[in-house]
Design a binder for this molecule. Structure first.
Ligand SMILES: Cc1cc2nc3c(=O)[nH]c(=O)nc-3n(C[C@H](O)[C@H](O)[C@H](O)COP(=O)(O)OP(=O)(O)OC[C@H]3O[C@@H](n4cnc5c(N)ncnc54)[C@H](O)[C@@H]3O)c2cc1C
Length: 494
């Protein structure tokens, strides 16, 4: 059985590995010249930049992935737990390091809000329960029917999962100090939704943050992609780069093949691991699309990002590997992303300086800076706007870290909506796919099966279980399992 996978991001490579392991003949078609999708890297002037993900969270999910192939992450890359996990700048004078050690974190909570450490313990016990139930009973479900949710501990423990309460209300039930609230709401940025719109089920992300920790694969996040590519090749997966899929060829209710770089290639199955909206709206005839353009226009998308990859020709002080700049009004920025999409007035931003941990990502004595501003998807992005935001961020970064930076920039590349669309066919230039709101969770997400084309499946951050590297790995596994099940059912009928 020949399977075509469209896209070589985490979800595409993951699905390819599971299918190849079952004996399928798998080819991945990737429009770009290298694997990884949003997790690609670029190298210039001695700097190596991870283009997308930089937070390695949920190490258990990566281990579970490699374990299915009798491998470990350490067969491909070396992991290091970061301590402190990250630094938060609330103001120039108010800078807080989040320690990896739980008792130190309790002391920090006590300092900011006396008596709060006992609530933190309770909050985390509940988050642990959600993480364990979520990982066991929810994220590996294909999301094909509401009934999937009925047969498990999910329903028994539905009230303990806080599905019908917002994160915003839930966090405030335990904590009053604005800095603690911000600290606990920050992981939701990974889910692409506002705290008011996100079910408190997702406090499981706080368990991931605080209990499971922040890790770094030496050499950068792209080492994970390199490891997965090695694994895929060893299983017989073929990679075709610079290969744009232009069309999925339909015969009746069946996809018979793909048009790739103007050539027709026949396949028995297609796994679409490129952005769902692009595949659905651009690669299929209107009669065989799963959803209408109106449906897509009504989805709540996760944010896009304005990113600056900077090479700095000196050592930077007062920065750790991960740094969050929460010195401005969180709710205003959130409103400018989700409420009334517009360029943010005074955005929060994130700075990753991996050269603090890893000397291989910058020339000696220099620093690698990745700056990310979450912004609404669908905005008009141009050079003038990029310059304005680099300037704005520089002014704040120089002030908050107490040093000059501008004149030390020796490499400067920006990346925003336009690039997400050009490089990944990203709907509205989104960075992280679909927001994880209650109405876009589990079987309410775009389906992994095409209802009109029996051998076409979808995977990736716009379908179950959602955005982020660990969910994309899981998504690939889930879709491979459904494809294998469909093929077995067909064999049994014949
Ligand atoms: C800036 C940024 C920061 C992030 N930070 C984190 C983080 O710190 N931690 C975390 O866990 N997650 C993070 N994420 C999210 C995470 O990177 C994504 O959820 C994940 O990588 C998505 O994988 P995917 O396989 O669904 O899609 P993608 O990686 O987008 O892969 C899709 C692939 O399909 C290809 N493609 C598209 N159209 C075609 C076509 N017609 N023909 C052939 N190929 C095509 C694209 O080129 C791309 O390679 C971040 C994302 C971004 C953008």
């Amino acid at each position: 059985m020949k399977v075509a996978v469209i896209g070589s991001g985490f979800s595409g490579i993951s699905s390819a590995c599971f299918l190849a392991k079952e004996g399928y003949d798998v080819t991945i078609f990737e429009k770009n010249n290298s694997p990884g999708g949003r997790a690609r890297k670029f190298e210039s002037q001695g700097f190596t930049f991870d283009m997308g993900p930089s937070w390695y969270w949920m190490p258990d999910v990566f281990e579970a992935f490699f374990d299915q192939f009798n491998k470990k992450s350490s067969d491909y890359y070396a992991l290091e737990r970061l301590d402190p996990s990250y630094r938060i700048f609330y103001s120039r004078k108010d800078i807080v390091d989040i320690p990896a050690d739980f008792s130190c974190l309790c002391q920090l909570f006590e300092r900011l809000e006396p008596g709060s450490s006992k609530f933190l313990k309770k909050f985390l016990e509940e988050a642990k329960y959600k993480y364990e139930v979520g990982m066991r009973d929810l994220v590996y479900k294909p999301g094909l029917s509401f009934f999937e949710l009925l047969d498990t501990d999910l329903l028994k423990g539905i009230f303990k999962l806080h599905v019908f309460q917002s994160m915003s209300t839930y966090v405030r039930k335990y904590f009053k100090h604005p800095q603690l609230i911000q600290l606990l709401e920050f992981p939701l940025l990974f889910l692409g939704a506002a705290p008011e719109k996100t079910p408190a089920l997702y406090s499981l992300m706080n368990y991931a943050d605080i209990a499971l920790g922040t890790w770094y694969p030496n050499g950068g996040m792209f080492k994970v992609i390199e490891g997965m590519v090695r694994l895929a090749l060893s299983l017989g997966v073929k990679f075709e780069f610079n290969s744009t899929v232009q069309q999925i060829i339909i015969e009746g209710k069946h996809a018979s093949g793909l048009v790739v770089n103007d050539c027709i290639i026949d396949f028995d199955y297609v796994v679409a691991a490129a952005d769902y909206h692009h595949v659905d709206q651009n690669l299929l005839p209107a009669s065989h699309r799963n959803y209408s353009e109106k449906y897509w226009q009504n989805r709540a998308m996760a944010p896009s990002s304005m990113i600056f990859y900077l090479g700095i020709n000196k050592s930077m002080k007062n920065l750790l590997h991960h740094n969050l700049f929460f010195d401005q009004d969180f709710s205003r920025h959130t409103h400018e992303i989700y409420g009334k999409p517009s360029w943010p007035t005074n955005p929060l931003f994130y700075v990753c300086c991996p050269s603090k941990t890893d000397t291989s990502v910058a020339p000696k004595g220099q620093e690698n800076l990745f700056i990310l501003i979450p912004v609404a998807p669908g905005l008009k992005d141009d050079d003038e706007t990029r310059k304005r935001y680099l300037n704005l961020v520089m002014t704040r970064l120089e002030d908050l870290t107490g040093q000059s930076i501008r004149e030390n920039i020796v490499l400067n590349r920006s990346y925003a909506h336009f690039d997400f669309i050009a490089d990944y066919n990203a709907f509205k230039g989104n960075a992280y796919g679909l927001a994880n709101t209650l109405l876009q969770t589990a079987n309410l997400k775009p389906s992994i099966v095409n209802k009109k084309v029996s051998n076409l499946f979808y995977t990736g951050q716009l379908t179950v279980p959602g955005p982020g590297v660990p969910p994309s790995l899981i998504s690939g596994q889930v879709v491979a399992r459904e494809l294998i099940k469909a093929q077995r059912a067909k064999e049994n009928v014949n």
